[in-house]
Design a protein around this ligand. Structure first.
Ligand code: CAA
Length: 313
């Protein structure tokens, strides 16, 4: 499986992958690219050296755990580790021309301005042939793609047209090494060739793929987030305790996690930002974020990553 998968990604011209953001999503993407897709160079970029160091130790601990469980052999782990290279900025992606990424996946904070800045910078420093993917959970892919234009490109020029055509959404799920799906979202501007190569990459990472139109929340969060939001409103209204809400869904519907635990796991700031995007872009009241969700984010209670959310960690 791994050899075929690797051949498939490489056959589609993806021999080097860049990942922007060494948080839980970026790290997971780097992990499956290096281990499962066997991409020869995986460049992980983060402005924070502390975050990069944390990412590398987590990467190594995941490999160790997989070796310990007999899922992979030690030499596979060593090879995967040797493929990972850390860099402090996207300019460094092009430092060694033999490793310039054929595809970059941006997994930075869920904020449009940040993503637009990253895409502008990627378009400036990387060749037009590099696929630019965003792992956004809800932001307009067409809007992010529109910023994939090199600095100084004249409106209407070839660069200004071709830049956005190599951009699309490639949406992984957390924890990336475990979840079997990648949702692919072509922007209005995405070329068919870019879509096909991104699909090959996701399959090479060992994932099933689905495709969604570029609508707020795509398919996944259009369904998931109103469900989580309703669970928060159920708690807010005092209908049941958090434990009973979670247990109802876990045991009654066989969900691996109850919705409040899942919200803590995803990050309450991320859940709020997705709900806000869907509400703002549709004006549909079914996407109105629960007041309690906003207040918890105001308090800095982001869930598992901050040590406190609906539960303490
Ligand atoms: N990284 C890598 N592997 C991990 C991991 C992580 N962060 N967390 C857990 N795992 C692995 C464990 O090592 C274990 O592997 P083995 O089967 O090889 O032993 C496996 O996952 C199961 O873990 P546990 O036994 O510790 O715990 P569990 O059975 O409760 O499973 C879970 C944990 C996989 C997270 C499960 O609870 C689950 O599927 N929860 C729902 C997750 C989900 O819905 N994710 C999507 C969120 S939405 C999103 O990401 C996108 C968005 O746009 C918001």
């Amino acid at each position: 499986m791994a050899a075929n998968a690797a051949a498939s990604a490489v056959a589609h011209g993806i021999k080097s992958v860049g990942v922007v953001g060494a948080g839980q999503m970026g790290l997971g993407i780097a992990y499956v690219a290096a281990l499962r897709a066997e991409i020869p160079s995986v460049l992980l970029c983060d402005a924070s050296q502390a975050q990069l160091d944390k990412g590398v130790s987590f990467f190594e601990s995941l490999l160790k755990k997989d070796v310990g469980k007999g899922k992979i052999k030690q030499d596979q782990a060593d090879l995967a580790r040797s493929r990972l290279i850390t860099v402090p900025s996207v300019e460094d992606f092009a430092r060694d021309s033999s490793k310039t990424p054929d595809m970059v996946i941006e997994a930075a904070t869920e904020n449009l301005a940040i993503k637009q800045k990253i895409f502008g910078s990627l378009a400036t420093h990387l060749p037009l042939t590099t696929i630019l993917a965003t792992n956004t959970s809800s932001i307009s892919i067409s809007k992010i793609a529109a910023s994939a234009v090199p600095a100084g490109a004249k409106p209407g020029s070839e660069e200004a047209w071709k830049g956005p055509a190599r951009a699309l959404g490639v949406h992984f799920f957390n924890p990336v090494p475990v979840m079997k799906l990648v949702e692919i979202i072509p922007a209005l501007q995405t070329s068919p060739d870019v879509l096909e190569r991104a699909q090959a990459f996701a399959r090479a990472c060992g994932k099933e793929i689905t495709t969604s139109k570029d609508v707020p929340g795509f398919v996944s969060n259009r369904l998931l987030m109103p469900f989580i939001n309703e669970a928060i409103m159920t708690l807010e209204k005092g209908i049941a305790t958090k434990e009973d809400i979670d247990t109802t869904l876990k045991l009654g519907m066989n969900h691996p996690m109850g919705p409040l635990t899942l919200a803590d796991f995803i990050g309450l700031d991320t859940c709020l930002s997705i709900m806000e995007t869907m509400y703002r872009e549709t004006s549909d009241s079914k996407y109105r974020p629960a007041v309690l969700l906003g207040r918890m984010v105001d308090a800095g209670w982001y869930g598992k990553k901050s040590g406190k959310g609906f539960y303490d960690y």
